[in-house]
Design a protein around this ligand. Structure first.
Ligand SMILES: [Zn+2]
Length: 75
């Protein structure tokens, strides 16, 4: 019997400090990429879908579009 399924794993692309729109002050962030993996016996075998990357505030856990990292977005 085969046991298969799927799982979402996050890959961290970059880390740094940004102006969090929710906190209103400078916070640490992680830019992450979500990938859906096909799993066999609970082991990720291959990714079948990659979502857009997003920015996560490590303080409030809010997620934002990558554009928040662009200087022009906060000006
Ligand atoms: Zn925040």
């Amino acid at each position: 019997m085969l046991i298969w399924g799927n799982k979402t794993l996050f890959k961290t692309l970059s880390e740094g400090v940004f102006h969090c729109p929710r906190c209103g002050v400078a916070r640490a962030y992680r830019q992450r990429l979500a990938r859906r993996w096909f799993t066999l016996f609970f082991i990720p075998v291959f990714p079948y879908r990659t979502d857009d990357s997003h920015v996560e505030c490590t303080t409030c856990k809010g997620t934002f579009h990558d554009a928040v990292l662009q200087p022009s977005a906060t000006a």
